[in-house]
Write a protein that binds this ligand. Structure first.
Ligand code: 13P
Length: 249
């Protein structure tokens, strides 16, 4: 399966910075990238980035969050159909920063994934354990619980999602899970997906957490690592391009 390298810009950027970053990425992208590429940008910049990447067919657009509701009195929320209208192919749901700072529960994340799927937007569902949970030996239990909620709510549509394993202790810290540590968790997630769908082999499971130009190739060489969700390194065109270039076919 073609791997997916997705940048998560988080709450970074400006009209000028976005344009400069995307122009630099466009200039450095090979004509035939071996992997699929996406950038998940802050909602106010969706229109701008949609336009800027129109000339970059290899790059898809993504958002960073979505409402679980279709429409109505939900001040501040953005619906999946709105994301779709602005050309979003992907939306990140359940990022650990949203679970941590916005109190998103497994059930809320599952409902957001469902809303995205209903609008034809692929949810990138994030799961991952904290350092305390890893040290307590609970990694498997935590990621399985997080994914189980999404499987439960989305039934046979589960083969349409992308999963991102992002150990919370590796996000923005410069500490990466070793390829072997990550592979162990990815294999657990794959097995769980297999129990839910006979299409589990085509569900992409991305790794995220301090993935960079230096460590990408070894992580992406693992059997069940189907791409990366890149934070900090996606804001620097040379680094993002190196990760794309390091991605095995
Ligand atoms: P960093 O690559 O900055 O560690 O962030 C990872 C992440 O949270 C992507 O969603």
């Amino acid at each position: 399966m073609k791997k997916l390298i997705a940048g998560n810009w988080k709450m970074n950027g400006s009209l000028a910075a976005n344009e400069a970053l995307l122009r630099e990425i466009a200039a450095g992208l090979p004509t035939q990238a071996a992997c699929a590429i996406a950038v998940c940008v802050p909602a106010p910049y969706l229109a701008q980035v949609h336009e800027l990447i129109a000339a970059m067919p290899a790059v898809a657009l993504g958002a960073q969050d979505v409402s679980s509701q279709a429409a109505g009195a939900f001040t501040g929320e953005v619906s999946a159909s709105m994301l779709r209208e602005f050309g979003c192919r992907y939306v990140i749901v359940g990022h650990s920063e949203r679970r941590q700072y916005h109190g998103e529960t497994d059930a809320m994340v599952a409902d957001k994934a469902k809303a995205a799927l209903a609008a034809g937007v692929t949810p990138i569902v994030c799961v991952g354990e904290t350092l305390a949970e890893r040290e307590a030996g609970q990694t498997e239990q935590v990621v399985k619980r997080q994914l189980a909620a999404v499987i439960h709510t989305n039934g046979h549509c589960i083969s349409e999602i992308v999963v991102a394993y992002e150990p919370v202790w590796a996000i923005g810290t410069g500490k990466t899970a070793t390829p072997e540590e990550a592979q162990v968790v990815h294999a657990v997630l794959r097995t769980q997906l297999k129990a839910a769908t006979d299409q589990a082999a085509r569900v992409k499971i991305l790794y995220g957490g301090s993935m960079n130009a230096a460590n990408a190739a070894s992580l992406l060489a693992q059997a069940d690592i189907d791409g990366g969700l890149i934070g900090g390194a996606s804001l620097k065109a040379p680094d993002f391009l190196k990760i794309v270039a390091a991605t095995p076919v």
